[in-house]
Ligand binder design. Structure first.
Ligand code: NAD
Length: 299
């Protein structure tokens, strides 16, 4: 029997993930503070309704609620341990929005979004980590966003948190791999109260549903999941992997690197058509520097 924690599972995508995982046989901790999409307010109804739905489909002990905010990862993990004695899957999904341009953003707008998305992801992961290491098994799915991966006007706080989640996850994947803890990232797209203000056609809205995202979470949470440290975009039934691409670049000779030579060679620095690579670690950067210097010496 596998045990899953899904944060922010009282609504939208998190609810679909909780239902998907319960269908796969997992017992689920349905975590949600029940606030509005700006993170204001608190009520138990959102988590309770999903617990009720899972228990009516699967059986009475298949889900328990947790009303803690994700910054208190210890409390959420304790709920899982008290109810089921283990944690195998964590889906760090809880989220809020405080959309505002950089010009108008307050420190509170920044801190609140960081607290829920980035600190929350870290807090729940860190609380589950020793348990997963001990049992040599874990599946963690962290939720990023295309806004974070590519940037989006009015979302500097949200984008920074979501890109932070990607960096956090790539590192956790490297650290967890040897203990069979797989950490992957999804950047979903689906209609929810978070996206209800984005204009779209009826056709698109019909396909942009959480049910077209949840199966990927099911796969990444599965014991047969074959990937670790990958980032996927997913929405409307479309799934695609995102990775870094780096141009081959240029090595300037000693004393030859100036503002003018950089400007003159910008097209080479920016050229992805010849010998571009797909780095996956810090060592890829170090070895690229070493190769460049070796190349310079041999000329
Ligand atoms: P949603 O608002 O429907 O659901 C988010 C849930 O998180 C809510 O139920 C909310 O009560 C809960 N929550 C908020 N703060 C919490 C906290 N501190 N602790 C516990 N629970 C908390 O939004 P959604 O669209 O389903 O988004 C889910 C996740 O997917 C978010 O991380 C969001 O940033 C991300 N995302 C969504 C989309 C999309 O298209 N909907 C796109 C990119 C990323």
């Amino acid at each position: 029997m596998l045990v899953a924690i899904v944060t922010g599972a009282g609504n939208g995508l998190g609810k679909a993930y909780a239902l998907q995982l319960s269908k796969l046989g997992a017992k689920v901790v349905v975590n949600d503070t029940g606030g509005n999409r700006h993170g204001v307010g608190q009520e138990t109804g959102a988590a309770d309704a999903v617990v009720k739905e899972i228990c009516s489909l699967r059986g009475k002990d298949f889900a328990v609620p947790s009303y803690s905010s994700v910054e208190h990862g210890d409390s959420i993990v304790k709920t899982a341990m008290d109810a089921y004695g283990r944690v195998d899957i964590v889906v760090n999904n809880a989220g809020i929005l405080r959309d505002v341009t950089l010009k108008n953003m307050t420190e509170e707008d920044w801190n609140l979004v960081m607290k829920v998305h980035l600190n929350g992801t870290m807090s729940v992961t860190k609380a589950a980590w020793p348990i997963m290491r001990e049992q040599n098994y874990g599946r963690i799915i962290n939720v990023s966003s295309a806004s974070g991966l590519y940037g989006n006007v009015g979302q500097a706080n949200y984008a920074a948190a979501k890109m932070g989640i990607a960096g956090f996850s790539l590192t956790a994947a490297k650290e967890g791999g040897r203990n069979n803890i797989k950490v992957n990232v999804i950047a979903p797209l689906a209609m929810s109260r978070m996206t209800e203000t984005i204009p779209s056609t009826a056709d698109v809205i019909a396909r942009l549903q959480p049910e077209y995202v949840a199966p990927l979470v099911g796969y990444l949470a599965h014991e047969d999941c074959a990937v670790n440290g990958h980032i996927y975009e997913v929405g409307a039934g479309w799934v695609s992997r995102v990775r870094w691409q780096r141009s081959n670049g240029i090595v300037f000779p000693k004393d030859g690197m100036t503002i003018d030579t950089i400007a003159a060679k910008l097209d080479v620095i920016e050229n992805f058509d010849t010998d571009a690579t797909y780095p996956t670690s810090l060592f890829d950067s170090l070895s690229a520097c070493e190769a460049a210097l070796a190349d310079e010496k041999s000329n």
